[in-house]
Every structure is written in C-alpha cells, then in structure tokens.
Design a protein around this ligand. Structure first.
Ligand code: G6P
Length: 365
C-alpha cells in the first residue's frame, strides 16, 4: 500500500504532486508553440467547427468546475457561445439548432450516470458529441462521436485533483484549436496562449515546492467555523473547486462564489472565525476582487490570497505566490487550495482518500 502511494501518506497527496507530470502527458505531442497550432486528432471537420453556434459542456462535480473554466477560454479564443450545464439539470432546450451545437461531456471516469445520460439525450436530438475523459474505453467514449483524452494517469483518491488541471489544460488546447480553425485566433495569439499552457507544469511545481508554507497556513486556520472562497472570471471556478475540495475531505463548511456576490448575502456570515481564501492571480480580475477582500477584512475575517505579482499583499493575512502564466495562473492557485484542503483534513485525521458518503464515480442517477 505504502509503495503504491509512492511514499506519500495518501493517494490524494501523491496525485496532487503528480500534476506536473500529468500536465506534461496532456500536452505531449499535441502542441506546436512556434506555429501556434494544436493537434488533438479529433474528427471535427473545419466546416462544422466554423458553422458552430454553441458548445454545451455537461459535467458533474469537479469536472463541472473544469467546464466553467474551459467555457471562458473557448468563448474568448474561439468566439463561440459556450454554456455549461450540471449534467443532472441538462436538457436540450429551445432556440438551438442541434446541427450547429456540439455537446462536450467532461468526465474523469467516463462513467458518471448523469453525464452519460445528458450526452445520450443530446445525441438523440442530432447534436454532435465529444467526450473529454481520462479513461480509455469508458462508457462515455462509446456513447460519444469522438473522444479527447486528458492523459492524467489513474486517480485513486475520491477527491479529484490532477484530473481537474488536466481537463482544463486539454480544453485550453481545444479552445486554441477551435479558435485557429474558426479564424478568431492568429498564430501569434495562439503561440502566446500555448506558451502559458506549456508553462503550467513548471508553475505548478513551484506551488508544490511551497507545500510547507501551505501547511503552516492550514495549521493556523484549521479550527475555523467555516471557509469562504472567492474569485472572479477564471478565479470563480477555482473558488468553487477550492470550496468543494475542502468540504469533501475535511467535512468543514466551505462555500465558493464569485467575489462580487460576497456583498449580496454571504457577507452576513463573515466573521473573525471565517477565513476567506481569495484568488488574486492573472486572469482572475484581481483588482476588483480586492474590493471584496476589503469587505471581508473590515468584518474581521482573516484573508489568505493566492496572488501574482504581490497585488494587494498589504491587505492579506497570508499570501501564496503564483507565477505569472496568464490565463493559466488560477490553476496554480487551485494547487494551493488543494494542498490547503489536504492539510486541514489531515490535521483533523479525516479519511482523506475515502471521505464519508462519497464515491469516486457515481454510476447511478
Ligand atoms: C463524484 C466524485 C467527484 C467527481 C464527480 C464527477 O462525485 O466524487 O470527485 O468530480 O463524481 O466525476 P467524473 O468521473 O464524471 O469526472
């Protein structure tokens, strides 16, 4: 057992540390940074991609958060509307042409019943379908027209970690590919984005190397009553994912929301006993989020910031540094939030790899 965990105390910690390698696998052989092109080996004809009116992403849990992140990237770079659906709420609603709609199921296991159900519903309408998954030969790959593998390697811990970053990185490549085909992204722009994606393994490694610092922060706040996670733009899905990770494995109350919403309700819950974790990196509209940080601070809440370039450092009780890699920076903040959740849960002696009531893959609706 210890050998399988590669010397780590839990699979989750091992998998958190495997992220640079998982990312290298996701990118391997797919990226031509100089030319600004991506080869994903997909059977999606250029005329089809050019005629697209909407991409619908369907997913559950962590994969849903990866979908939210990817939606921003695809809309920005491929100039096509992207809607993201919790799979259990999905329906092919009115005002859409199935022939101009691509439905993308994002599922690590490829077996989540609700995601499979949504994909099958979409296929019945005549929409083209694509599976983005970690698992070769999984049910979703058989149900979809085409599959795009995230190549993260097996993930044993119930709480998804490395598969999240691999999903987003793979979908970032997809965004660049679609943008190039649709002519909305120049080779130079594509090269710059691909450069940031290529910077991810190294940047994630830097965050992992600061694990001792994250553990110290976790020790400081582990006894808190509740935790809030805030972020904007690409920092929003990361805030949601940070809160999900913490509640899954520590059983503490944790909520993530767009930073701007803090004042529209959640602020009533903010006290000296409720740490706020803020995503203040590139790609996360950090300057606007600092206003929310001030709102939390003035209610006495400790604020922990994941930040690029020291922005707002003076306002923060604790800071975790994120290298600047453009739109990929919030993913590095996510690694800090994973480590934070891990250490809080570990300090409480929780069953980190198998949290109560949860399953790695939920195959019933
Ligand atoms: C379960 C797991 C989550 C996961 C979700 C979706 O609830 O506990 O960690 O995010 O399923 O899984 P999928 O395999 O579809 O990505």
């Amino acid at each position: 057992d210890a050998a399988e965990k590669g010397g780590y105390e839990h699979y989750m910690l091992k998998e958190i540390h495997e992220q640079p390698q998982a990312l290298r696998q996701a990118l391997s052989g797919r990226v031509d940074e100089l030319q600004g092109t991506v080869d994903l080996g997909l059977d999606l004809p250029a005329e089809y991609l050019r005629s697209l009116e909407e991409i619908q992403i369907v997913a559950c849990g962590t994969s849903y958060h990866a979908g939210l992140y990817a939606a921003h990237l695809i809309e920005t770079h491929a100039d096509v509307r992207v809607t993201v659906h919790v799979a259990s709420e999905y329906a092919f609603r009115g005002g859409r042409d199935p022939w101009r709609t691509l439905v993308v199921a994002v599922t690590q296991s490829g077996e989540t019943a609700e995601t499979l159900g949504a994909l099958r519903d979409a296929a019945r309408t005549g929409a083209r379908t694509l599976a983005v998954t970690n698992t070769v030969g999984s049910s979703v790959t058989r149900a979809a027209d085409d599959a795009l593998y995230i190549r993260a390697g097996p993930e044993i811990g119930v709480a998804a970690t490395k598969t999240f970053v691999s999903q987003v990185a793979t979908l970032a490549l997809f965004a660049v590919h679609v943008g190039r085909v649709r002519g909305t992204l120049s080779a130079t722009e594509a090269s710059a984005i691909l450069g940031d994606v290529r910077g991810l393994p190294g940047a994630v490694q830097q965050a992992l190397d600061a694990d001792e610092q994250v553990r110290a922060v976790a020790e400081e706040y582990a006894d808190s009553e509740a935790f809030f996670f805030i972020g904007r733009h690409l920092g929003h899905p990361v805030a949601l994912e940070g809160a999900l990770k913490l509640k899954e494995i520590s059983y503490d109350h944790a909520e993530g929301f767009p930073a701007g919403e803090l004042k529209h309700g959640p602020l009533a819950l903010v006290t000296e006993q409720t740490p706020v974790l803020a995503v203040l990196t590139d790609g996360a509209n950090a300057d606007a989020t600092l206003n929310s940080v001030k709102e939390a601070e003035s209610r006495g809440a400790p604020v922990i910031g994941c930040l690029s370039d020291g922005r707002g450092e003076k306002l923060l009780d604790d800071t975790l540094d994120v290298p600047e890699i453009g739109e990929m920076s919030p993913l590095v903040a996510n690694v800090y939030l994973q480590l934070f959740a891990y250490h809080v849960a570990n300090l409480k002696g929780r069953a980190i790899d198998k949290p109560r009531n949860l399953a790695k893959s939920v195959t019933v609706e």
